[in-house]
Design a binder for this molecule. Structure first.
Ligand code: ADP
Length: 258
């Protein structure tokens, strides 16, 4: 029945989605989810209809960052995204038992991700922002294959050790012909409050180096910002707490470049 209604896309839920932006990283903990959430909110603030899909099988943290406790409702075998802050949201964390560790293995991971992409009533969206699992494992490959028209925003921190993983990730997306929109450097510097001089805690130049190496634009450099940390834990993200703060404006700029 649903296929008859939405015949064009092999994954019915994605039929009426205009652009898919996949947010990726080489490693965990670099701010991929933070970027996905705040860029999605930046896109929504410009009047776009935006969905946010948390496909990070290793640690779905979107529900915590957005303060979501609800499970999605079902309709005719399709899940209805939960709405908050103007976003339509779906997360693996909303359909698994809370607090229980989930050990997803290869084929199961692929199945779960395909379900999240295809069995959700996203409706008409200008952008679907997908928070990918970090790294180059099966889950990333599954998403890459399932959303052929997606473009990738690659998040990294500045230090050299992070870059090797990012290079591997970029190679993977290139292999699957997934376009990379650009790089976003996170945790680039910190203002301690005692000096005007930014402190580059994790070194510097990583984003620029990758940008040159792969010919990809560096879309922004986000500082370590206590409001981001607070926002991440409290369920109210920075783009809601302080959209016009200096960091908020960096996210706004990125949303404008997409
Ligand atoms: P990932 O998705 O790459 O694993 P997260 O976005 O979950 O990373 O970020 C990891 C932790 O670091 C979170 O608690 C988040 O709030 C915090 N964080 C991310 N970016 C920043 C930043 N620029 N300043 C302060 N805290 C940050």
């Amino acid at each position: 029945e649903l296929r008859k209604l939405f015949p064009e896309h092999p994954l019915v839920g994605l039929n009426r989605v205009r652009h898919v932006l996949a947010v990726a990283s080489g490693k965990g903990g670099v701010g991929k989810t933070t970027a996905a959430v705040n860029v999605a909110l930046g896109l929504a603030a410009k009047g776009n209809r935006v969905g946010l899909l948390d496909a990070d099988v290793y640690g779905p943290s979107v529900p915590v960052m957005l303060g979501l406790n609800d499970s999605p409702d079902w309709e005719n075998g399709m899940m209805i995204p939960v709405e908050k802050f103007g976003l339509r949201i779906m997360s693996l964390g909303m359909i698994t038992d809370k607090g229980k560790p989930v050990v997803w293995r290869g084929p199961l991971v692929s199945k779960a991700i395909r379900q999240l992409l295809g069995q959700v009533l996203w409706g008409d969206l200008d952008y679907l922002v997908v928070d990918l699992p970090p790294g180059t494992g099966d889950p990333s490959i599954t998403v890459a294959q399932a959303i052929p028209g997606a473009t990738v925003l690659m998040v990294t921190t500045p230090q050299e050790v992070a870059l090797a993983d990012v290079r591997r990730s970029i190679d993977l997306f290139n292999k699957f012909n997934i376009g990379i929109l650009g790089l976003l450097e996170n945790m680039s510097y910190f203002f301690c409050g005692h000096s005007e001089k930014p402190i580059e805690i994790f070194g510097q130049g990583g984003g620029e180096k990758l940008s040159k190496e792969f010919g990809l634009p560096l879309l922004g450099k986000i500082p370590i910002d206590l409001e981001i940390g607070k926002g991440g834990d409290s369920g109210v993200p920075l783009m809601i707490l302080a959209p016009d703060s200096e960091t908020g404006r960096i996210f706004q700029n990125i949303a404008e470049k997409i």
